[in-house]
Design a protein around this ligand. Structure first.
Ligand code: ADP
Ligand code: ASP
Ligand code: MG
Length: 408
């Protein structure tokens, strides 16, 4: 008998028929002799709809109230699934983040988990009751509701699996594993059977939303094996775990795109010590993740600084940057929203050169202009026009032969 945490994403609980199917899958897991803790997302599109409502009522919604609103989607699905299970004669009970005791810091809309209580869930398991937990939500020390960042139900599932010392965390979604590229963009993409935490973390951080990046970070830290599989069909999916000898060790394991990007340029910045610290300090204090940064060569003691931020954070970032720009007497602040980032990820890059030049050559052959470049040990990213993203992903997938199971 194993203890499994099963998480079902938005598409898997997108309507009543699908919720009934999820109930059947859970009953099957129980029949196979396993204990199960269920984590659910809101119905697909619901969190976006709530986000939209908040921003229609006011341009800068209060973060505390935003979390009260955003967390409501998951209350609907946990109640419905618990009803469906009880309708099958199976003991089940819904739990909000508060009822479980998922304690976070107070960074509303992207709170970090500080502590997970296991008592209430263990008590339910002991009594043979299936806990159905609302993903994506917690409470802070003041007992205010918080949310864990978009895609945060993955994090809830991994955190519960770690706290309960579950044998495995199974992420059920609408694709049957992690692929060499988003299979909705590249139909020839190939499923990867086993992937290291490190590579999955890069893929997720660079836009492969099949797993939330922070959930992968958490899984790596606590050594939780994560299986990604489909709730619509059978199959082993992808196992994300510690790097081992069975892994492919491909030069490039995957190509990924990220549309949630915007570029801010501060024009005519005085070129003197302390300016970057001031600018990026203000942005970091607001928990906004700055990704790529380019500072041009200074001319007549003035320089331009460009950097990218998540598009969702743009309004807040602009407010802060404009304030600092006034203080440092910069000439202007410009924004470009229709950009995207394409990235190649692979542990094999550590020991091979030439990936970057092949990437640039491929984009050049497609007449795609590169605006910014950044590299790390196991990834290369380029910022380009958003309209070019899908074409870039397909061309790179082909150029690196990712549809074939080879390591070159
Ligand atoms: P859920 O609602 O189940 O959490 P998500 O929409 O968050 O599902 O994540 C699943 C989606 O991730 C897939 O439908 C697919 O379009 C996308 N995706 C992006 N990159 C990849 C990849 N490399 N492999 C698999 N899916 C990917
Ligand atoms: N419902 C939340 C979102 O859409 C959390 C999740 O689905 O993982 O971001
Ligand atoms: Mg998701």
């Amino acid at each position: 008998m194993a203890l499994l945490v099963q998480k079902y994403g938005g598409t898997s609980v997108g309507n009543l028929e699908r919720i009934q199917r999820v109930a059947d899958l859970i009953v099957e897991t129980r029949r196979a002799g396993h204990q199960v803790v269920v984590v659910l997302s809101a119905m697909s599109g619901e969190t976006d709809r709530l986000w939209q409502l908040a921003h229609e009522i006011t341009p800068y919604p209060d973060p505390r109230e935003l979390d009260v609103l955003l967390s409501s989607g998951e209350r609907v699905t946990i109640a419905l699934l618990a009803m469906a299970l009880r309708g099958r004669g199976v003991a089940a009970r819904s739990f909000t983040g508060r009822q479980v005791g998922i304690v976070t810091d107070s960074t509303h809309t992207k709170a970090r988990i500080a502590k997970v209580m296991t008592g209430p869930l263990q008590e339910a398991l002991r009594k043979g009751v299936i806990p159905v937990v609302a993903g994506f939500q917690g409470i802070n020390e003041q007992a205010d509701v918080t949310t864990l960042g978009r895609g945060g139900s993955d994090l809830t599932a991994v955190a519960l699996a770690a706290a309960l010392k579950a044998d495995r965390c199974v992420i059920f979604t609408d694709v049957d594993g992690v692929y060499t590229a988003d299979p909705h963009i590249v139909p020839a993409a190939r499923r990867i059977a086993k992937l290291s935490y490190e590579e999955m973390l890069e893929l997720a951080s660079l836009g492969a939303k099949v797993l939330q990046a922070r959930s992968v970070e958490f899984a790596a830290k606590y050594g939780v094996p994560v299986q990604v599989r489909s709730s619509f069909c059978e199959g082993e999916g992808t196992l994300v775990t510690h790097e081992d000898a069975e892994m492919e060790r491909a030069l490039v394991s995957g190509v990924t795109g990220d549309r949630n990007q915007a570029k801010i340029t501060v024009v005519g910045v005085p070129d003197r010590p302390g300016i970057a610290a001031k600018l990026f300090g203000a942005v970091a204090d607001a928990a906004i993740l700055v990704d790529m940064i380019i500072q041009n060569v200074s001319q007549e003691a003035l320089t331009d600084i460009s950097f990218t931020v998540p598009r969702n954070d743009l309004p807040r970032a602009m407010e802060l940057v404009q304030q600092v720009a006034r203080e440092i007497e910069a000439q202007a602040v410009e924004v470009k929203e229709d950009i995207a980032k394409v990235s190649l990820v692979g542990v094999g890059m550590r020991s091979h050169s030439g990936v970057a030049s092949r990437m640039f050559q491929t984009l050049y052959q497609e007449s795609i202009n590169i605006m910014m470049i950044s590299t790390s040990e196991i990834k290369i990213s380029c910022v380009l026009e958003e309209k070019d993203l899908d074409q870039a992903i397909r061309a790179l997938h082909k150029a690196f032969h990712l549809e074939e199971n080879t390591s070159s």
